[in-house]
Design a protein around this ligand. Structure first.
Ligand code: MN
Length: 265
């Protein structure tokens, strides 16, 4: 294998975790050394509607308590305090194709496993301190997502003032549908968002009820982190989160996007 092919093959498997940068759209692995990786680490990608290309995921950011009624049900004051963020590991993504029902394993350690339907925004460009009026220019597209949560573990850790990670950032905790480019669907600032379980509506709200819009989330996040292409943002869930058990089928729905159907197995 010549050096060019070796670089290309490491790029495909490692996703540019280390090293310099090539031209836009490419990532480089230890540019200059050409070192072979010890083993292959698959990159996480999300299909793009109407394209043969896929979207590579760099980071998954999630915003907490972004709908007033959900903030109240979680026991906090829904005044417009700055949004807070957490992350899920990139490989927590579980892609589910429209028209199919994805099998989603009930995770270990929990007895109170909750759905949270959310609009997901995917960035094509990034930066630091992005002004709000430029923020949406960075969005590549949108998808329907579920921020699955081991609520008992989240609460248990929160009560002890310990990190929530075990409640939020576990394997397959981020089911998602395909990405829809902004060029085809525009931006989502309003419209119905809902989740039903076994045909019964549980969550039902409107994207316009978000306390912090996607543009504001990007502006705030970019003050704390340098955002980059491949970063996706789960934008928070409305009220009436609740539990699922094995056998339940969740249908997540946002007006203008195909439904996301997931069965707990
Ligand atoms: Mn959430």
């Amino acid at each position: 294998m010549n050096r060019r092919n070796m670089l290309r093959s490491s790029t495909a498997t490692l996703g540019g975790v280390v090293g310099g940068t090539l031209a836009a759209g490419c990532v480089s692995v230890t540019a200059g050394s050409g070192a072979k990786t010890l083993f292959e680490v698959p990159i996480t990608t999300i299909p793009i509607v109407g394209s043969s290309e896929v979207y590579p995921v760099r980071r998954i950011y999630c915003i907490g308590r972004n709908y007033a009624a959900h903030a109240r049900e979680m026991g906090s004051d829904p005044t417009r305090e700055p949004p807070f963020f957490f992350q899920k590991p990139t490989d927590a993504i579980q892609y589910v194709a429209p028209g199919t029902t994805g099998n989603h394993p009930y995770p270990p350690l929990t007895k109170n496993y909750h759905y949270e339907v959310e609009l997901v925004a995917a960035l094509k460009t990034g930066g630091r301190n992005i002004p709000m009026d430029k923020a949406l220019d960075h969005v590549f597209g949108y998808a329907v997502g579920l921020d699955m949560t081991r609520r008992d573990l989240q609460r248990f850790m929160g009560d002890q003032k310990k990190p929530w990670e075990i409640g939020k950032s576990f394997d397959m905790s981020a089911p998602i549908g395909p990405l829809h480019p902004v060029s085809q669907v525009g931006h989502f600032t309003k419209g119905a968002i809902s989740l039903s379980v076994n045909g019964q509506v549980k969550q039902s709200a409107d994207l316009s009820y978000m306390m912090w819009s996607v543009a504001e989330q990007i502006a705030q996040l970019s003050a704390a982190f340098e955002l980059k292409p491949g970063d996706i943002i789960y934008s928070g869930t409305p009220e009436n989160v609740g539990p699922v058990v094995k056998g339940d089928v969740m249908l997540a729905r946002i007006a203008g996007l195909p439904d996301l159907s997931v069965k707990v197995v």
